[in-house]
Design a protein around this ligand. Structure first.
Ligand code: ATP
Length: 387
């Protein structure tokens, strides 16, 4: 199972420029998470801080018991081995063919024999659909293939945590859908903890178990995907819908006067830039048939059902409706909306509080954020067995 990453009060600035402050979240082991945010909100800086390429000013980032903000060089070296990183451009060496690029970390960081290296490299190239392309140079292949080669290289050291910085950048929507499928398939096969940083709404709605968003130098929210996908926060709605109307401006946050002027223009018929209302929970992609069930997905169900009562009503409904009838019975919940009514979280659905008898009867252990746990008086994880 992948490692858990616990981030608490993480703050980063460059000189007088504050990037983000007081970021607190947990990446649950073996689950897929995604971080959204407008350009320049510090998503890449966040990834780089997690692997120690940048040093946060304060806060904690604890991985397998080591706080990488405070740890020694030697401990950092050990923690880094847990990571596989897919950088935005694949970060391949232009003069090496794909085989040597993918073999590079094995030759640098292990004492494996060339025959063992060959076995691993060919396995990872096959996993990422690059079998037969071993001899190609990065300059001779498409952007999508370079991404997959970067992913193959990120996998060779059997990472427990995979970080992907905008895996969709430069890819068409179809290739992006294939890449999302590849990440879910990988997760099913190796149960690694995955964090994807992206602007891609389709990927964000269909790939991750958990979703977060950085804006105004803060983490606006982070939690089960259903929370962000049904959120009525103006910044989340604007981002998901790709509209100019809302608090996000071209280069920075807008002031009230500009927002009012844009609203008036839109009401007078000026196009707001979006196409359709994409609010609501859509089905999450599943591993390709024939692959193992995702252990992360199975664990997430138990985890999320334990904190269900702490989540907003629309998110609760989205979660309950995503369960099979058998699972609903297992957790003792029923969907709120009558059969045939619109899906929870769609613009016309009921947003009301679920009646108590429809919310799981929950034990006093959970995985909520520190704030949620304080608010609900729950015991932090690790202090008692699951139900
Ligand atoms: N090494 C650095 N030194 C100084 N400033 C930096 C450094 N790295 C990033 N920044 C600044 O931090 C801010 C956030 O950058 P970052 O690349 O993390 O944004 P992002 O959210 O990933 O953006 P995008 O979505 O456009 O890739 C930017 O203002 C950038 O100029």
């Amino acid at each position: 199972m992948g490692a858990e990453v616990i981030v608490e009060g993480l703050t980063k600035s460059f000189g007088s420029q504050s990037i983000w402050r007081d970021v607190t979240l947990s990446l649950p082991p073996g689950e897929v998470s995604a971080m959204l945010g407008p350009s320049g909100t510090g998503k890449s800086v966040f990834l780089k801080s997690m692997i120690g390429l940048l040093k946060p000013d304060s806060g904690k980032c604890v991985i397998n018991g080591t706080d990488i903000v405070q740890c020694s060089e030697r401990e950092m070296y050990e923690v880094r081995k847990l990571f596989g990183v897919l950088f935005q451009d694949g970060a391949l060496f232009g003069s090496m063919n794909l085989y040597d690029n993918v073999a590079f970390p094995l030759r640098e960081h292990t004492k494996k024999s060339e025959s063992e290296i060959k076995r691993i490299v060919l396995e990872k190239l096959e996993m990422t659909g690059l079998k037969g392309a071993e001899d190609k140079l990065p300059g001779e292949i498409s952007g999508g293939m370079r991404k997959r080669a970067g992913l193959a290289r990120a996998l060779v050291l059997d990472p427990e945590i995979i970080l992907c910085d905008e895996p969709d950048s430069g890819l068409d929507p179809v290739r992006t859908a294939y890449l999302s499928q590849l990440l879910i398939d990988l997760n099913a096969q190796i149960d690694a903890t995955i964090l994807v940083v992206t602007h891609n709404i389709n990927l964000a709605r269909t790939l991750p178990d958990n979703l977060g968003m950085l804006f105004r130098k803060e983490l606006v929210m982070f939690g089960p995907r259903e929370v962000l996908l049904t959120s009525e926060e103006p910044v989340v709605e604007q981002f998901l819908n790709g509209k100019r109307l809302g608090p996000i401006g071209m280069s920075e946050e807008k002031d009230t006067a500009q927002m009012a002027a844009e609203q008036a223009m839109a009401e007078a018929g000026h196009h707001h830039g979006g196409t359709e209302d994409v609010r609501g929970v859509v089905p999450q992609i599943k591993p390709t048939p024939g692959l193992p069930e995702r252990q992360g997905e199975r664990r997430r169900k138990d985890r999320v059902m334990k904190i269900l009562h702490t989540l907003p009503p629309a998110a609760q409904e989205g979660i309950i409706e995503s369960l099979s009838p058998e699972e609903q019975r297992h957790y003792g919940v029923r969907p709120h909306a009558p059969a045939g009514a619109p899906h929870a979280g769609t613009p016309h659905s009921s947003q009301g509080q679920l009646p108590a008898d429809q919310v799981a009867q929950l034990p006093n252990q959970g995985w909520g954020t520190a704030e949620q746990l304080r608010a609900t008086g729950e015991t932090p994880p690790g202090q008692g067995g699951a139900r």
